[in-house]
Design a protein around this ligand. Structure first.
Ligand SMILES: [Zn+2]
Length: 321
């Protein structure tokens, strides 16, 4: 966060424009960008981004425009940024982009989040509010992936390519992710890891301040590698909740990809309630935690480290997770 500097004349520098160039560089997370993404994605105007709705598509279009501004190339099926998949309710929209690496033959990294939430549920209001904004679930994950895309594109071209995918209809059965797995932009065997971001906007009192946790920590050697390089990342403190199996990463993991989810969900009661909204977000947590991931992910892309499942860590295909 920018600390205002008091000038001799008593003018506070930066008071009018808190997002200076120093806060939008390649090495750190941009707090103003994080706040701005949330202010749009979790606004009442987006009506809770219901799975397969026009509001989900508006969220997808916003994300695609942001990727375009960062210089991320379109990589969805069909050549654009938006990817349409069928779902029991009709159609859902995902977003896929690519930051090409210098080594086109190398395996690639996949960063993901889900852009849909529960929409408007008139029969399930909370204190008179029936818009399920999903500021944490999962506008916070989309914001994290957007910030990673911005920061990585702003720096030197990495050695290995990175793909960014924002899946539609996660809440409705994971239809965007299922379609991606069936129609990936590169063969799944060429994806060395998938890191999913889910609900990083509330602090978990079970882990140190401004720290995220990784689902399925002991299933692979990916988490320890990121933490070794400075990521504020620890093991999921809620193994009984089986969070490893409850996010879009599971569709990739069941297909063999090392796929795990970053989160900081502390079992707050706002989960899947209309008060998962802007008022309850911890933007400082998001800024610190996302910022701590940029360097380790860049290091991962520039290295030749290939994570592997630990013994018994790979989930069996077919929903037995
Ligand atoms: Zn979610």
């Amino acid at each position: 966060m920018l600390v205002p500097i008091l000038l001799a004349g008593g003018v506070v520098a930066g008071a009018q424009r808190p997002a200076t160039s120093s806060s939008t560089n390649a090495a750190s997370a941009c707090r103003a960008c994080i706040q701005a993404h949330e202010d749009f994605l979790a606004s009442d105007a987006l009506q809770g981004r219901g799975s397969g709705t026009r509001y989900e598509k508006i969220a997808a279009t916003y994300i695609a425009s942001e990727l375009e501004a960062y210089g991320i190339k379109p990589a969805a099926e069909g050549g654009g940024y938006l990817e349409t998949a069928s779902s029991p309710r009709g159609a859902t929209t995902s977003v896929v982009g690519e930051l090409p690496g210098t080594d086109a033959s190398a395996t690639v990294l996949l960063l993901t989040a889900h852009l849909d939430h529960l929409g408007v549920v008139p029969q399930r209001p909370y204190h008179g509010d029936d818009i399920y904004n999903g500021a944490n679930d999962d506008a916070s994950g989309c914001t994290a992936v957007l910030e990673m895309a911005r920061a990585l594109a702003a720096g030197p071209q990495p050695k290995r390519s990175v793909y960014f995918a924002f899946f539609g209809s996660e809440e409705d059965g994971g239809w965007g992710a299922r379609h991606f797995v069936a129609h990936p932009p590169v063969p799944l065997a060429h994806i060395f890891a998938n890191i999913e971001f889910e609900m990083i906007g509330w602090p978990d009192p079970k882990v140190p301040p401004h720290t995220l946790w990784l689902t399925g920590w002991s299933r692979s050697n990916l988490g320890p590698e990121l933490a070794k390089d400075g990521a504020r990342l620890v093991a999921d403190p809620h193994p009984a909740q089986k969070f490893f199996c409850r996010s879009d990463n599971i569709h990739l993991a069941e297909a063999g990809v090392i796929a795990q989810t970053v989160s900081s969900f502390g079992m707050q009661p706002m989960y899947h309630r209309p008060d998962d909204d802007l008022a309850h977000l911890d933007i400082d947590l998001m800024t610190t935690a996302i910022g701590s991931m940029i360097g380790p992910v860049r290091h991962l892309l520039d290295s030749s480290f290939v994570p592997a499942w630990n013994a018994g860590g790979r989930p069996r295909p077919g929903g037995h997770c």
